[in-house]
Design a protein around this ligand. Structure first.
Ligand code: HEC
Length: 171
C-alpha cells in the first residue's frame, strides 16, 4: 500500500479521539489568580469595580448544567460578559465578521492577563490586533461604550493607576 492509498482509506481520526481532545480542552484549569491578599492588589480590585471596568469585564459568571460534574453549575471568574460592544472609531478595523459591526468587539476574558506576557514571548500584544504593548495602553485605547470608564481611568492618580495595574497583572 503506498502513502496515497493509506490516506484515502482512512483520512479521519476516530470520533473517540476527537471526543477525548474536546473533553481535555473543556476541563483545562483556569489560571489561578496570584497575590490575592496583597493590599495594593485589593485597592486595584475596588477601583476596577468603581470605574466600571467590571461592567463589561464581569468578574463572576456561572455555568449551566453540564453532564461533566466538574463543569456543572459552577461559578468561575473570567472577567468578561462574553458580549459584543461598540468600542468606537479608534478600534474600527473596517472589516465585517459575521453579524458584528466593524467597530464591535467581544469583551475578552482578563483571566491569565498577567501571565500572557511570558506566554507571548516576553511582551504584551493586547486588543484584537495586538497593537497595545502594555495593559495601560490597551485601557487608554478603549472608546465607544467604554469611554466613560476609560476617562475615569485617565483621571486616576498615579498611585491608583499602579494599584489597578497590579490587580490586572494578578489575574
Ligand atoms: C463597554 C465594555 C468595556 C468596558 C467598560 C471596559 N472594557 Fe476592556 N475591553 C472591552 C472590549 C470589547 C475589549 C476588546 C477590544 C479589542 O479587542 O479591540 C477590551 C479589552 C481590554 C483589555 C485587553 C485584553 C486583551 O486580552 O487584549 C484590557 C487589559 C482591558 N480591556 C481592561 C479594561 C479596564 C481596566 C477597564 C476599566 C478602565 C475596561 N477594560 C473597561 C470592553 C470593555
Amino acid at each position: 500500500m503506498d502513502a496515497y492509498t493509506r490516506m484515502v482509506i482512512d483520512p479521519e481520526i476516530p470520533t473517540l479521539t476527537v471526543n477525548n481532545v474536546v473533553f481535555y480542552l473543556q476541563t483545562l484549569k483556569a489560571p489561578i489568580q496570584r497575590n490575592v491578599g496583597n493590599a495594593e492588589v485589593e485597592t486595584g480590585r475596588k477601583l476596577f469595580e468603581k470605574i466600571n471596568c467590571s461592567g463589561c469585564h464581569k468578574p463572576t459568571l456561572k455555568t449551566g448544567f453540564s453532564p461533566v460534574a466538574a463543569l456543572s453549575n459552577k461559578e468561575f471568574h473570567p472577567y468578561t460578559d462574553l458580549l459584543l460592544h461598540d468600542m468606537g472609531p479608534g478600534l474600527d478595523d473596517g472589516y465585517t465578521e459575521g453579524s458584528a459591526k466593524t467597530f464591535e468587539w467581544r469583551t475578552p476574558p482578563l483571566w491569565g492577563l498577567g501571565l500572557s506576557m511570558n506566554s507571548q514571548g516576553g511582551s504584551y500584544h493586547l486588543l484584537h490586533d495586538g497593537r497595545a504593548k502594555s495593559i495601560e495602553e490597551a485601557v487608554t485605547l478603549h472608546g465607544g461604550e467604554a469611554s466613560a470608564s476609560r476617562n475615569s481611568f485617565n483621571q486616576l492618580s498615579g498611585e491608583e493607576k499602579n494599584a489597578l495595574l497590579r490587580f490586572l497583572e494578578s489575574l
